[in-house]
Design a protein around this ligand. Structure first.
Ligand code: SAH
Length: 492
């Protein structure tokens, strides 16, 4: 059949894409329908077609799926953030687990998959410790903030995203009020005029520490009275006098401190009330979609906040990478650590180590950990975090995993009992995998954010002497289509 734009048709939704669109078929032609849920029968309108597939807009749910729920967020459909708010959380978890299983069998060629139950969240809301809110104006010229609509830069006014922390809204209100009062214009993409582009807010979930960073298209002086804004923001989240701040910058007890490690004190520490620790500006004068500018001007506090994952503490600056779901991150790394099964005698390589988050987690139980990461600033953070936690058994290399590892192996015959990899979506380079095979560690622990490339790499290693022993999916991003996976492979 020849489909034309605006044709209306009915389709049963049978699957879900990685980006969360419902997938259905009519006569072998595949449709992607946003906001449709597996099990729905829907009426949809053709938006765009290619040779064998097309995109259609959901017009009406004719027969709702058993797993369909009413989205909790009023902006769920317009906002580009969530894709699965119309699907019950239980079904999402099943969907994600199945996706991993299917990829491992279809692409990975595995017949028996030792899957353990998916790790979901008990409370899948307000899990994000970081949000970046774009600022703009509505058609009446009022300053607004919220989120970009899917695929566009139109701002959906929404200060209280249900994935973000409750502190976001009062902070945004405060900044908006200040801007109105001092006649400070939000940035306008079309004209490249206006000052305030985005506001980044981060919260340390275990310390209560808050960070605010205003991304400006110009000099800080243009904020007119930054000291007034700072005073208001600090007052908004001031600690009650006398309250002890567990994670107060620089004084935090850390994993390497014997006392703390022995008593696992961090776990038992009460979480202090939210309080403002760091306020800064990031200067970004470029015409770009990249949110943060490279130059940071500090307005208040030490320039960073501190947070813990398990017993390990991390210093987080406005530009640092840090996992956005700390509760699930801990479970993900805990699973990786469990799969690694360390006794204290092992030498471990952590490839694609970022700011060393997994490396430091492993260092608690290993003799020696080597981390490799391509971004030099991330390695600066990794080294600082190792020092902060008094780890002396970690060493970091800047460079590509597929270059550093072969070089170290050829030159220094480096050894590994266990190799952990956590590559970006495209998976591991084959040179990297070949070197792993040559080094012949007993175990490979593969942490993955894309189960298709994971399956490809598992197959590659499977053909070279490694077999899959354990698999577990972890849901780091409830209401989105993404899923993380941890796989343990052992040398046969
Ligand atoms: N394990 C870290 C980060 C994982 S994200 C954490 O959990 O925090 C993947 C990381 O791989 C990113 O930090 C990215 O910069 C890095 N990376 C991408 N390509 C790489 C390559 N070829 N070699 C080494 N690191 C790479």
């Amino acid at each position: 059949m020849d489909w034309k734009k605006n044709d209306v048709f009915q389709v049963q939704i049978e699957d879900m894409s990685d980006t969360g669109e419902g997938i259905g078929k009519t006569d072998g032609f595949t449709w992607f329908v946003k906001d449709a849920v597996i099990g729905d029968v829907v009426e949809a309108k053709v938006m765009k077609t290619k040779k064998s597939y097309g995109f259609a807009r959901l017009m009406q749910v004719l027969e709702p799926s058993a797993c369909r729920v009413t989205p909790r967020c009023p902006s769920a459909r317009q906002c580009g953030g969530c894709q699965l708010q119309a699907m019950s959380y239980e079904e999402q978890l099943k969907f994600k687990e199945n996706k991993v299983r299917n990829n491992l069998s279809r692409i990975g060629g595995l017949t028996e998959i030792p899957m353990e139950p998916v790790i979901g969240m008990d409370e899948p809301w307000r899990y994000r410790n970081k949000a970046q809110f774009p600022f703009g104006k509505d058609k009446d010229g009022r300053i607004i903030t919220g989120f970009y609509a899917g695929r566009t830069h139109a701002i959906i006014e929404q200060e209280d995203c249900l994935l973000g922390v409750e502190e976001n809204q009062p902070i945004l209100d405060c900044i908006r009020g200040f801007m109105e009062e001092y006649h400070i214009a939000p940035y306008e993409e079309e004209t490249h005029k206006g000052l305030v582009r985005h506001v980044l807010i981060r919260k340390g979930f275990t310390t209560g520490e808050l960070m605010v960073c205003l991304v400006l298209n110009g000099d800080v002086k243009k904020l007119k009275a930054p000291e007034v804004l700072v005073e208001r923001l600090v007052k908004l989240f001031a600690l009650a006098p006398g309250l002890d701040v567990a994670g107060e910058a620089g004084k935090a007890p850390c994993a390497g401190d014997a006392v703390c490690a022995e008593t696992a004190a961090v776990d038992k520490m009460p979480v202090p009330a939210a309080h403002m620790v760091s306020i800064s500006c990031s200067i970004n004068r470029e015409k770009t979609n990249v949110i943060m500018g490279k130059e940071i001007v500090n307005l208040y506090g030490p320039g960073y906040i501190t947070d813990y994952i398990g017993n390990v503490c991390y210093r987080i600056s406005p530009l640092s990478f840090y996992q956005v779901n700390p509760v699930q991150t801990r479970k993900l790394y805990g699973t990786a650590l469990e799969y690694a099964g360390l006794t204290g005698e092992e030498t471990v390589w952590d490839l694609y180590c970022g700011i060393g988050t997994i490396s430091l987690f492993l260092a608690q139980k290993a003799k020696k950990v080597y981390g490799v990461e391509i971004v030099p600033q991330a390695i600066d953070d990794a080294r600082a975090n190792a020092q902060l936690n008094h780890f002396e058994n970690v060493e970091f290399f800047v460079g590509k995993a597929e270059e550093v590892l072969p070089e170290q192996y050829e030159k220094n015959r480096v050894y590994a009992d266990t190799i952990v990899v956590d590559p970006p979506r495209k998976g591991c380079d084959s040179v990297c995998l070949d070197t792993i095979v040559k080094m012949a560690p007993k175990k490979v622990v593969y942490v993955s954010c894309d189960s298709a490339t994971l399956a490809r790499d598992v197959k590659y290693l499977g053909e070279r002497g490694y077999e899959v022993k354990r698999v577990r999916a972890v849901d780091m991003f409830p209401w989105s289509g993404h899923v993380e996976t941890v796989v343990l492979m052992s040398r046969k």
